[in-house]
Design a protein around this ligand. Structure first.
Ligand code: ADP
Ligand code: MG
Length: 468
């Protein structure tokens, strides 16, 4: 756990969980509960419907996974729990976490059902029987329509990242799915969300029965997060981001804009300045989104530029800096943005660029924080000209070929170190996806590694490799 909302609550052993479940939690390194778990687990394990709100990375998955598993009858092979998630990426993360938490039970089958994968294998897996299904609304509805999925035996329904599902326009799909579930009196419904706007409250009112509300108001750890404000004109704003990056030289930065257009413009400006910046936006298809996130996580992209919607639910740890390129009108959103840095005792930098027109928003942030914002001047920012523009330490090489070609991380590591003689320390993260493998290598060996990989073999076969 890398977040600032660390697991500091009571021990899991205070909960009514079976001994083998507790032993498994111990093995996973889960000894104490996070605040949202401590607040929601006693209620959820008692069978109550629940609305739980807490920021990304606060441990919400276990807060619904443990109750859902407690409700299962492993001997009955029908779908007893359904978790709806906004994206495939999140559905896969949730599936993995449920599998880890279910390791103590024998033979709990957890199935992911998302778009972008072919229907046939999913239908075959369903025919074999699954206890838990995790998926995106569109695909779940598809299976219900074809009657490859039945929800008659359902006892737990989870709406995860409810705010984001609504943002993505899933309200009608959710309604259609809930209609196919047993009535509200015959199921437990758990709703999780990072934020709690009105439309989420309405959703809860429709599908939950006398829900208990667990909402963790966020407090900013004033000591850990250092916020700096810069006054800018509109014409200075995008350029100022590059000045900040070249002056403070954070290794990884998340830059928030209020609109997609602003994201696009900023990436163009940063790239023109020689910085490695990528945009994360809602219109990217899953493959491109994966590729962007891989590059950011493996340290070969300095700046990820995103809107709040695109960044929601991302579990990115260890951000050195957050830049609010635009000040958001919503104070709660501001708190979420800056909460992504300064985690686990590390110091985090937050930069805010505000125009005269945005001073009202800054005033509201000050009021919420109970302190005055600290202002600095753009003119103080000096680029370290000797060092040149900020560069990420790694470069990503994409090997065309992945899980489908049975490539494993060890194969790539072996080819680069044993066959080609690169030091292991120069090789970073290796991500194997279905059709592609991404390997991060240190910048100074990138060209040589690219050449040797293209000329050599991985797992006994020639491969095509390109630099991203
Ligand atoms: P959220 O859904 O709130 O964004 P997650 O459920 O994805 O958060 O949890 C974030 C990270 O914290 C995960 O890597 C998870 O394994 C870890 N984690 C969750 N609960 C605990 C705990 N009690 N102790 C230690 N680590 C935890
Ligand atoms: Mg989550």
């Amino acid at each position: 756990m890398t977040e600032s909302s660390a697991a500091t609550g009571p021990a899991f052993s205070t909960l009514p969980l079976a001994d083998h479940v507790l032993a498994n939690l111990q093995r996973l390194g889960y000894t104490q509960m996070t605040p949202i778990q401590a607040a929601s687990l006693p209620l959820a394990l008692a069978g109550k419907d629940l609305i739980a709100q807490a920021k990304t990375g606060s441990g919400k998955t276990a807060a619904f996974a443990l109750p859902l598993l407690a409700n299962l009858n492993p001997r009955h092979f029908g779908v007893q729990a359904l978790v709806l998630c906004p994206t495939r990426e999140l559905a896969e993360q949730v599936t993995q976490e449920i599998r880890r938490l279910a390791r103590a039970e024998d033979n709990i089958k957890v199935l992911t059902l998302c778009g972008g994968a072919t229907m046939k294998p999913q239908m075959a897996s369903l025919a074999h029987g699954a206890h838990v299904v995790v998926g995106t609304p569109g695909r779940i509805l598809d299976h219900l329509g074809r009657e490859s999925l039945a929800l008659d035996a359902l006892n737990t329904l989870v709406l995860d990242e409810a705010d984001r599902m609504l943002d993505m326009g899933f309200a009608e799909d959710i309604a259609a799915i809930v209609q196919r579930c047993p009535p509200v009196t015959k199921r437990q419904t758990l709703l999780f969300s990072a934020t709690y706007p009105d439309d989420v409250a309405k959703l809860a009112a429709r599908y939950l029965r006398e829900p208990q509300e667990v909402r963790l108001a966020e407090r900013i750890a004033a000591t850990q997060i250092q916020q700096r404000f810069y006054e800018v004109t509109e014409s200075e704003r995008l350029h100022a981001v590059g000045l900040l990056l070249n002056h403070f030289r954070p290794e990884s930065t998340l830059a928030f804009c209020n609109t997609k257009q602003q994201c696009r413009d900023l990436v163009a400006v940063l790239q023109a300045q020689g910085l490695v910046a990528l945009e994360l936006h809602g219109d990217l298809d899953q493959r491109d989104r994966d590729q962007v996130l891989v590059q950011f996580a493996n340290r070969s992209c300095s700046v990820l530029v995103a809107t709040d919607v695109a960044a929601r639910g991302l579990d990115i740890a260890g951000l050195a800096a957050v830049i609010n390129v635009d000040i958001t009108p919503d104070v709660e959103v501001h708190v979420h943005r800056i909460g992504r840095t300064g985690r686990a005792g590390e110091s985090g930098l937050v930069f805010n660029l505000a125009s005269v027109d945005e001073m009202g928003r800054v005033g509201r942030i000050d009021a919420m924080q109970g302190r005055e914002s600290v202002w600095h001047k753009l003119a103080e920012l000096e680029a370290d000209t000797a060092a040149g523009p900020l560069r990420p330490p790694m470069v990503t090489l994409q090997i065309l070929g992945g899980r489908k070609e049975k490539i494993r991380p060890g194969d790539v590591m072996g080819a680069l170190t044993k066959d080609m003689g690169f030091p292991g320390a120069a090789i970073g993260k290796i991500d194997v996806n279905d059709f592609s493998t991404y390997v991060a290598v240190q910048r100074d060996i990138a060209d040589a590694a690219l050449r040797k990989l293209n000329a050599g073999k991985v797992k006994g076969r020639s491969v095509k490799v390109r630099r991203l």
